[in-house]
Design a protein around this ligand. Structure first.
Ligand code: NAG
Ligand code: NAG
Ligand code: NAG
Ligand code: NAG
Ligand code: NAG
Ligand code: NAG
Ligand code: NAG
Length: 763
């Protein structure tokens, strides 16, 4: 067997997806998340909890067994197990706002600090004291507290403002926490309400999946020397904010994961006092008022908590983005400049390099080599099994895995697979057969040698790691693309960060890779790919910024990250999109650019936004009053200034057919206010990269700040055709002073600007 399917499957589990079981259980009880209007609570009740219980008892027969959680921070309301008739009764109760079924939710899935130019002598690490005392909370699959990446050597005492705790449970005691891992809680009441007979195998914060250990140590792991993936990626492993604290909120279980538990986890994180929330999961195709992550993070934003989320792994197709929520940062995944290689030394001593992640101890000198063309014919392959077999992809859709699988089934000595399909790199990690993947160019060298040689031979070496040779970063193919379906008027994703083949800590009892049935390998570190891995990089950077600028709002930190990002790769060309034939990456793939933590500390200008700005945006989206209440938790709100023009560091303009205008062109205008966070007086001038077919201009043509923290406004005007020809076009607006370049992407599209509406009610 060539593919270790279990592990491949495991990898795909990180792809954030929401399974819709709606309608599967007609007329049976289901779990619901119920939003209530607190202003309707009669004075007689001393707490929200009492009122929810009373509301539930007038609607349901055995209320105490029905209530799952009451929530106090993220929303006004509770979750409960209800029959259809009980739900109907509840809907007529005073103060009822809205309710949604409790849907299942899945997670999205050492070198990256150096790649981000983090360095102990200058920049974000020393300026923030490595994120000292900033608390990063993660809602994930738990932690493996024994990991060296959680050691707390030299860390000062836990900040006194911290209210969190470490909860004991199966194979977990509070003493497993320390000054690095300062919180560990778990949430599964929603899961148990749905499946009361479930035997939760690890009923504690301990990680039985690996995802949470990996994401938390990516964000804030301590420095560990000598980490590696079986000889690949050898070096020291360190989190992005190595002195930040970690608090784990486990809501993802082998037995299933539900929104009611995720909401409870975020509720606790807010109460405990986290500074940054890292959420490597999300929902597909949900309007903001039905998306548990969007709803719960609104409260986090109000409390000044920075929320980092993953964009999803549904790329490279447009409009596949998750977490397109205006009050969080949405992170796309990119490659790093590190490659894992193997080398074929041909009989004529010519070395040919290819990709490999084979972890076994294969060494071969001068073995017979044969070229077979494509690898569709298993019988033919079996006939040459005593050789090293080279195959060339025929690029028939969906046959890559099939051909690779055949090589393994035939049990050839070793495989060489010629393809330009970048998907091969994800597959290589889980192959039992020693395999090298060659680019078509290197494949030609090999084929030419075979053709000209009577009995071709080859030697093979694995476990070579190369740094800096490849073009990086590039946006990886799997990373979900914008625009946001839930709020198309805010350009998403926001930023790209390292997500492919990221080395981070791993539970030592969970298999990392298999070399056949008898040989399962374990390791304290693992390589994973996904926007799940990119998100905690941004959480770590946010902790560094928060450490250096504790007074900045979540929107200010997001603005600093976006406007200072890199637009060029390590070869000084524009950042490319692997999912779009290596063309220049559009803002729908990478957002503002690739994260640059050192520059983010000193952005020059900031686009700030607060609660009222987001309320004005919700009003502009014309949600029903109850839907807006569901998000804002307010009994009343002021919709006198509806606006789709949020003060955001990026621009998305729609030129589609929906304008009934007599003129042949239309104009889109954006108003922005920037705050000078530089050292003192400053003069900024705008520069616009021209976009063919559009007139883009800015007024005024200079922003003259006389002091720090002064705010000035400008207007961006885009004139273009009623319906544009291309699907998307893009450019940049850059404000420049003597030492800062504050850049914003401008994305122009004819895609729909209509937010998705509610999914059909579940009754
Ligand atoms: C909003 O909720 C209230 C209270 O249940 C209800 O009376 C009203 O009809 C709802 N409004 C809409 C537009 O659904
Ligand atoms: C529940 O799991 C525990 C630990 O794995 C096991 O010892 C026990 O037998 C299980 N109980 C049931 C009812 O499956
Ligand atoms: C490869 O060899 C090393 C050194 O002898 C050994 O530690 C390791 O376990 C071997 N790996 C495998 C997969 O057998
Ligand atoms: C080998 O060379 C012949 C003659 O030049 C050519 O037709 C054939 O395609 C070559 N085969 C390979 C595998 O390159
Ligand atoms: C890969 O090679 C195939 C066949 O030559 C070609 O059609 C395709 O465009 C190539 N893809 C990339 C990304 O280079
Ligand atoms: C751009 O401006 C010029 C000059 O005002 C005008 O003639 C042209 O139609 C404009 N182009 C578009 C695409 O709006
Ligand atoms: C245009 O408006 C119609 C009706 O409001 C809507 O269904 C359609 O999706 C819109 N088209 C675009 C491109 O936004």
């Amino acid at each position: 067997m060539a593919l270790h399917e279990g592990l491949i499957l495991h990898l795909f589990m990180f792809y954030i997806t929401i399974f819709s079981y709606l309608g599967a259980t007609v007329a049976q009880s289901d779990n619901y998340i119920v939003h209530m209007d607190l202003s309707a609570m009669p004075k007689a009740f001393s707490t929200q909890h009492n009122w929810y219980e009373a509301t539930l008892s007038s609607a349901a027969s055995h209320p105490s067994s029905k209530l799952i959680y009451t929530y106090s921070h993220v929303m006004n309301g509770f979750s409960a197990r209800l029959s259809p008739s009980e739900l109907r009764a509840l809907k007529n109760s005073p103060g009822y706002v809205s309710s949604f079924p409790d849907n299942p939710v899945k997670l999205h899935t050492t070198h990256s600090p150096q790649f981000l130019h983090l360095n102990p002598l200058t920049g974000a690490w020393p300026a923030s004291d490595y994120g000292n005392d900033v608390i990063i909370g993660l809602v994930d699959s738990g932690v493996w507290p024994e990991s060296q990446s959680f050691k707390d050597d030299g860390m000062p005492n836990i900040p006194s403002r911290w209210k969190g705790q470490c909860t004991s449970g199966t194979q977990f005691t509070p003493s497993m926490c320390n000054k690095k891992l300062i919180g560990a809680r778990y949430f599964n009441k929603g899961l148990l309400a749905r499946y009361p007979k479930t035997n939760i195998s690890m009923n504690s914060p301990r990680d039985t999946d690996g995802h949470g250990t990996h994401t938390s140590t990516t964000a804030a792991g301590s420095r560990v020397e000598g980490a590696s993936y079986f000889g690949y990626a050898t070096g020291s492993a360190t989190g992005i904010a190595p002195r930040a604290r970690v608090a784990m909120y486990k809501a993802f279980w082998d037995e299933g994961s539900y929104a009611s538990d995720v909401i409870a986890a975020i509720d606790s994180a807010i109460e405990d006092g986290v500074d940054v929330l890292s959420l490597s999961f999300g929902y597909d195709q949900k309007p903001l008022y039905q998306d548990p992550v969007a709803i719960a993070t609104f409260a986090a934003m109000e409390k000044g908590i920075f929320v980092s989320t993953s964009a999803g792994n549904e790329g490279p197709y447009l409009q596949t983005l998750h977490n397109g929520t205006p009050w969080v940062i949405t992170v796309a995944a990119s490659t790093v400049d590190r490659e894992f290689l193997g080398v074929l030394t041909l009989g004529n001593q010519v070395p040919v390099t290819g990709f490999s992640l084979y972890v076994g101890n294969f060494s071969a000198a001068q073995l017979p080599l044969v070229f077979m063309g494509n690898c569709h014919n298993l019988k033919k392959l079996i006939k040459v099994r005593r050789k090293i077999v080279a195959c060339e992809d025929d690029y028939k859709t969906g046959t890559l895995e099939y051909q690779i699988n055949n090589l393994g089934k035939a049990q050839v000595l070793a495989g060489v697979f010629i393809t330009n399909n970048t998907k091969i790199r994800d597959i290589l990690q889980y192959l039992v057969l020693p395999t090298i993947a060659l680019s078509p160019e290197n494949g030609e060298i090999l084929k030419d040698y075979i053709n000209k040689t009577k009995s071709p031979k080859v030697s093979v070496t694995f476990k070579i790691t190369s740094l800096g040779t490849t073009r990086a970063p590039s946006v990886d193919s799997y990373s979900s693309r914008g625009p946001s379906q839930s709020c198309p008027y805010v350009l998403k994703p926001d930023i790209a960060a390292p997500g492919s083949s990221i080395l981070a800590a791993w539970p030592s009892n969970i298999p990392v890779v298999g070399l056949g049935k008898s040989q399962i390998l374990f390791n304290d570190y693992n390589l994973l790919s996904g926007t799940s891995m990119a998100c905690p990089h941004v959480s770590g950077v946010a902790a560094l910024i928060k450490g250096a600028h504790p007074e900045w709002s979540p929107a200010a930190i997001r603005s600093a990250i976006m406007t200072s990002s890199d637009l060029l790769d390590n070869k000084l060309g524009v950042i490319r999109d692997i999912g779009d034939g290596f063309k220049a990456a559009s803002p729908l793939a990478m957002g503002a650019g690739h994260i640059n933590p050192n520059k983010a500390l000193d952005p020059g200008l900031i686009y700030d936004a607060g609660v009222e700005d987001y309320v004005n945006l919700l009003c502009g989206l014309k949600f029903t009053e109850n839907n807006t209440k569901t998000i804002t938790r307010r009994s009343s709100f002021d919709c006198s200034k509806p606006s789709l023009d949020l003060n955001y560091p990026s621009f998305i303009a729609f030129f589609n057919s929906n304008d009934s205008s007599s003129s042949s062109t239309v104009v889109r205008e954006f108003h922005r206010t920037v705050t000078n966070v530089g050292k003192g007086p400053a003069i900024y001038h705008p520069f616009i990269t021209p976009i063919e077919g559009f007139n883009v201009s800015v007024t005024p043509d200079a922003l003259i700040f006389s002091k720090k923290n002064e705010k000035l406004s400008y207007k961006l005007r885009i004139e273009g055709p009623l319906v544009m020809k291309a699907r998307v076009a893009f450019g940049q607006l850059v404000w420049l002073d003597k030492s800062h370049s504050v850049q914003s992407p401008i994305l122009i599209t004819r895609l729909s600007s209509k937010p998705i509406s509610s999914s059909p009610p579940a009754s």
